[in-house]
Design a protein around this ligand. Structure first.
Ligand code: NAI
Length: 259
């Protein structure tokens, strides 16, 4: 049995992943801002203190080691907080827990990004997240919201996350330490996060047009869990630095020959 740490474990994709891993006999330490039976750690990843608390409690609960980390916590809001949670929170989860992974067995790490990461972004937000400048990133996100481009905030945080994953994956700290580090990019998944998009008929039509999923349509969170399980299992020895699209074909439709 392996010990996994899964953020965002109280709902949606994180919960489905945590439950699958638990059902397969692994130990899962869940973390979330919300209290739930699936999360032993309650931490707010939008704050520096919450991120430090996650690392501290994970070290304690894991006994100084973890075998895999899944950074799934995120918000779907077109608001600067998306930069703090989906960008800084996810990167801090992976970077902060890396020393525990280095002490683990067949360590693996994965970030839940999004198809949105390859859509239009705001370069100022992406650059600030990658520079680790949260104040500048939040200010750039606020500026985007003010000029009516709030949709770029979510995509930019996810773009920064996948860029960070690809850069870090091949460094001594990750590949050199034998730790595969990947991201998945889901299309639309039916969870509380996407519910507002699918409840409103007008937004639903817009979503159908912007995220075309010719294979099997929108996904349920349980349909993502096997891929996360594989990429974070000892069986994955050579996939690293990848963004794996699990999107029913949306990326192939939208970017065709560019991929
Ligand atoms: P969800 O809303 O069901 O679950 C997200 C979880 O993250 C919640 O339990 C929430 O409490 C937690 N969370 C939010 N803010 C937090 C914070 N500050 N600190 C700690 N935990 C926090 O949403 P879902 O859909 O399961 O999303 C999981 C991930 O998948 C997110 O990163 C999201 O961006 C990504 N994603 C979701 C898609 C979808 O269509 N649902 C599509 C592509 C990516």
């Amino acid at each position: 049995a392996r010990t996994y740490l899964v953020t965002g474990a109280a709902s949606g994709i994180g919960r489905a992943v945590a439950r699958r891993l638990t059902a397969r006999g692994h130990r899962v330490i869940g973390a979330d801002i919300k209290e739930s039976e699936d999360s032993a750690i309650r931490a707010d990843l939008s704050t520096v203190e919450g991120r430090a608390q996650l690392v501290e409690e994970a070290a304690e609960l894991g006994g100084g080691r973890l075998d895999a980390v899944v950074a799934c916590a995120g918000v779907g809001l077109f608001d600067p907080v998306a930069v703090s949670v989906n960008g800084f929170g996810a990167i801090a989860t992976l970077a902060g827990l890396r020393p525990l992974l280095a002490a683990g067995r067949d360590p693996r790490a994965l970030a839940v990004a999004s198809l949105a990461a390859v859509h239009e972004t705001d370069p100022a937000i992406v650059a600030a997240v990658l520079a680790g400048d949260e104040e500048a990133a939040v200010a750039a996100a606020r500026a985007a919201v003010e000029r009516g481009e709030g949709r770029l905030v979510y995509a930019s945080a996810k773009r920064a996350l996948v860029r960070w994953v690809r850069r870090a994956a091949v460094t001594d700290a990750w590949a050199g330490a034998g730790i595969p580090l990947n991201a998945i990019a889901p299309g639309i998944v039916r969870t509380p996060l996407s519910r507002p998009l699918l409840e409103d008929p007008e937004l639903h039509a817009l979503t159908d047009a912007s995220v075309p999923m010719p294979l099997h349509g929108y996904a349920d969170p349980e349909q993502l869990a096997p891929l996360v399980d594989h990429l974070t299992s000892p069986e994955n020895t050579h996939v690293t630095g990848q963004v794996v699209f699990i999107d029913g074909g949306a990326d192939a439709v939208l970017r065709g020959d560019e991929g």
